[in-house]
Design a protein around this ligand. Sequence first.
Ligand SMILES: O=C(O)C1=C[C@@H](OP(=O)(O)O)[C@@H](O)[C@H](O)C1
Ligand SMILES: C=C(OP(=O)(O)O)C(=O)O
Length: 453
Amino acid sequence: MTGTTEATTAAPLWDAPFAHRPVDATVTVPGSKSLTNRYLVLAALADGPSRLRAPLHSRDSALMIEALRQLGATVTEVAGDGSYGPDLLIEPIDPAAPASDCAIDCGLAGTVMRFVPPLAALRNGSSAFDGDPHARNRPMNTIIEALSALGVGISGPDGGPASSLPFTVDGTGSVRGGHLVIDASASSQFVSALLLVGARFSEGLHLEHIGKPVPSLDHINMTIAVLRGVGVAVDDSVPNHWVVSPGTIRAFDERIEQDLSNAGPFLAAALATRGTVRIPNWPADTTQVGDLWRQILQTMGATVSLEGGTLTVTGGPEIKGAEFDETSELAPTVAALCALAAGPSRLTGIAHLRGHETDRLAALVAEINRLGGDAEETSDGLVIRPAKLHGGVVHSYADHRMATAGAILGLAVEGVRVEDIATTSKTMPEFPQIWTAMLEQDSGGRETTAAGH
Ligand SMILES: O=C(O)C1=C[C@@H](OP(=O)(O)O)[C@@H](O)[C@H](O)C1
Ligand SMILES: C=C(OP(=O)(O)O)C(=O)O
């Protein structure tokens, strides 16, 4: 991947609020992207209508909804009790519908570009996939090769072989399935994508991974838990093998947990300002990787408690440098805190972040160092040493987590301006409002939601 750290400032600059006093706030965030988009895919394949309560409403979920509509599902918004928008009713794709062709915009959503092509293979007709300019750089070869190996027609724009977006899937209405060997070392989403549809393959799926370790294993465990919850039998007893039995995907009525990864920047604000942030409705039992915040933030010097369903994080006198392996999608937020830490930090096991919304390792190094920081890329992560930071522009590279990392730095460093804060709409369109409202809360303040109150 080249050119990913080329910073352009065509987009507007957002003055990141500087915290003049410790934050003391209660915040709730919108629904989980990973859970919303998994349940949307499963609803499109289920044996009847399903309901998602308090789902995420963001660019990535909107792209998923539109993709499913293109493939023949019906998705309707109905009033719910979530703070961040309506519930969703989903009528599944009719497998007997006549063949038709469609075009699917993946935007920059990994869940759409990886999860939807196998679904398109199960329907009758051609589905043309493309996305944002950078989406064409994200690793897609494993899904393309997997579908080819399963006998599904898949081709590039000139009709020849494809290795990345754009490509066209020619579905015939059924996939036989069986034993399939892939290399999922570039993204766990390759595994999740195939497991999500495996029950609908006539012989089910025995997926085997070979190669370097699969990253973001928490996300695969989430996929398996979600599948089991809708009646799909998954055997994951042998490492790097997943066996999905053929069968029905049961229609469901599910409430989506808030996005614990997206809770990260708000919790980080407690450390960056030596204040306190409370998040109510923190799930007691969750498959979200964001539950790791409890350990990560404690290791970095915060006091963390989970009582009565409310997570409370209070920053210590200083942020401690630390070493973390495999922080997955939490890494940009962790890196921002490391840049504010009193000691050195090392993040390992995140080489695959080079294939995320941008090359995140290069982008984090460039932006931390642009503010006077001392960050360095390693073969599989980052080393970040203490340095006195100064104000400046943080470029966001169309990456929601680079933009929120800039906001965290801006709490502690005066004069930080974040390019294109609106890019947070990928998973949290309300980010600037919730962030500002968090900082305006007084001690014991009311909960901050989309409405800012
Ligand atoms: O399945 C999912 O919902 C996700 C899996 C992970 O992808 P990678 O395995 O590519 O890191 C994660 O980083 C991404 O934000 C969401
Ligand atoms: C890697 C991420 O997203 P995606 O689902 O597009 O891969 C992310 O949200 O950090």
